[in-house]
Design a binder for this molecule. Sequence first.
Ligand code: NZQ
Ligand code: ZN
Length: 383
Amino acid sequence: MNNFIYQNPVKIVFGKGQIAKLPELIDANKTILMTYGGGSIKKNGVYDQVKKALAGRKLLEFGGIEPNPRYETLMKAAEVCKKEGVSFLLSVGGGSVLDGTKFIALAANYKAGDPWDILAKQATANEAIPLGCIITLPATGSEMNSGFVISRESTKEKLASGNPLVYPLFSILDPETTFTLSKEQTANGIVDAFVHVMEQYMTYPVYTPLQDRQSEAIFLTLIEEAPKVMENPQDYNARAAIMWTATQALNGLIACGVPQDWATHMIGHELTAFYGLDHAKTLAIVLPGILRHQLKNKEKKLLQYGQRVWKINPTKSDATLKAIDKTEKFFRSVGIKTKLSEYGIGKEKFSEIADRFRRRGMRLGEHQAIGSEQVIEILNLCL
Ligand code: NZQ
Ligand code: ZN
């Protein structure tokens, strides 16, 4: 097991009706900016619940944060924070609103230059407006981590960063808020959470029996619960199980002491930047390609995964490929396509995408075995 430090300060407030706890969670003297997206919270009653819970508080609003939140929009919110003396940010919505809010929290106080440097140059911001969230889409794990992914429209970039200062102080997870998710968004969330576990599990063994079993528990729970929510969007128990599972998939716990990959996400982010595909849709395409390309490097974990998750006999010669096929079938079972060609995308931009990694001097994967040439090979496997 590799050395690790683990600390996660996020207070999770889980269950029905928990939005009403907001007044206990935010100090009375705060000037609050509620951030949200394109209006889902107004349709499903979450907005009204927040307004009711925070009646009498100094509460401002900033709506219109896009899926794949944009730097250009977020900088406007950062200006509002400065102008209005905002001292608490409350993110209400999916991972995009929350990631955007984390960036706003840092950008509002960033004096060392252009806040885009936080993403492009991984510049460290030393101050942040404290934040909390109500997460309405189980997927990203953003509610219990310090990461954020921001897109810049003008340059077609999508970059990730992180800062311990933007761990939410609290995250409210009310599974009832997820009843209104479309089948498509529900499936996106399931695939995203599944791939988060893959990035932390599907590498090479370093003797982490507990972490492996925790990861496998997440895979199995998603596989078991997915058909239930796809069939019945108002199945509270299944929604609750998926919500907590998605949080566990990226809150640092299963990352303890293990090598990590993240190549699927890095290549996936470029597909979103170039083609505007939803985050999870890019992952469902890239992951099978990477697994097939890195078959030898990942062989031991693929065999373990195949046996424990899909009951595939590891002594059979095609056991690793079968495990990949099963994974792809699972994504397809919730309606997510797994090939670029299914979105009408061909090879045209492959070299431009690969070139971005070359220029950043980035090699991907747990062995840094994926350079720009391999990115093209992998994308060819995704056609
Ligand atoms: O904008 P609104 O109107 O709120 O609608 C959203 C949006 O259109 C809608 N939605 C959210 N909750 C809903 C709902 N509709 C009905 N009922 C509800 N309860 O769903 C749409 C998608 O929302 P979005 O927030 O974009 O989805 P998600 O939570 O999947 O977030 C995706 C973003 O997170 C980043 C991705 O790259 C992407 O930008 N990620 C962040 C990570 C992190 N911080 O750790 C890790 C992930 O790997 C991921 O990269
Ligand atoms: Zn993801």
